[in-house]
Design a protein around this ligand. Structure first.
Ligand SMILES: [Zn+2]
Ligand SMILES: [Zn+2]
Length: 188
């Protein structure tokens, strides 16, 4: 798999319990493989012991791979799921005949100093070169950066990320708002 297109540093998957409402009790899945206890819904990144029954989750961009080697009862959108299954945002999971969870994508824009590889390079919007003092928005798809300095006066602070709607390198939409991008979870 190509890490350039697979990695989406700003996007992560959450599992949202049906009972808890939209914001409460969400389980945030790490970018690396993680292991869910089907009884307690505890999530961990340590490889489980062979005696422990776990569901394994692996995010791949906008998809979420679920592996079920221990044959935990698992239904996805009211159908029995195979032992390896690719989930999408908005899928409903019934785990162990008791826990109903929905998958949702959460956007957390990455804003901070530019990576060292970008220092000295020109910003694609304003053509000023990036310095280590700059504050930039990182594209969630290609890792490209655009100025996003703090302050209300555009004459004094470079806010290049606000002046475009899509990344100029890969055309991925720029989303500066932190929150769920999956709509209508548990609504019908
Ligand atoms: Zn700029
Ligand atoms: Zn990009």
């Amino acid at each position: 798999m190509n890490p350039q297109t697979e990695s989406q540093p700003s996007l992560s998957f959450h599992l949202i319990p049906a009972q808890a409402g939209k914001e409460g009790g969400a389980i945030s899945l790490p970018k690396s493989p993680s292991y869910l206890d089907p009884e307690t819904l505890e999530i961990g990144t340590e490889k489980p012991a062979p005696s422990q029954r776990r569901l394994t989750f692996e995010p791949h961009g906008r998809n979420l791979l679920v592996l079920n080697p221990d044959r935990v009862p698992l239904r996805v959108n009211d159908l029995n799921a195979p032992r390896v299954h690719l989930l999408e945002e908005g899928d409903h999971l019934l785990i162990g005949n008791q826990h109903l969870l929905a998958t949702a994508l959460y956007n957390c824009p990455e804003i901070g100093p530019p990576p060292s590889a970008n220092i000295g390079r020109a910003c694609p919007v304003c053509r000023n070169t990036f310095t280590s003092e700059d504050r930039v928005y990182h594209c969630g798809s290609c890792g490209g950066v655009l100025h996003l300095e703090e302050g209300d006066n555009p004459d004094e602070s470079l806010q290049c990320a606000l002046s475009v709607t899509h990344c100029l390198t890969c055309n991925h939409p720029i989303n500066l708002e932190e929150g769920y991008i999956t709509q209508g979870i548990f609504e019908q």
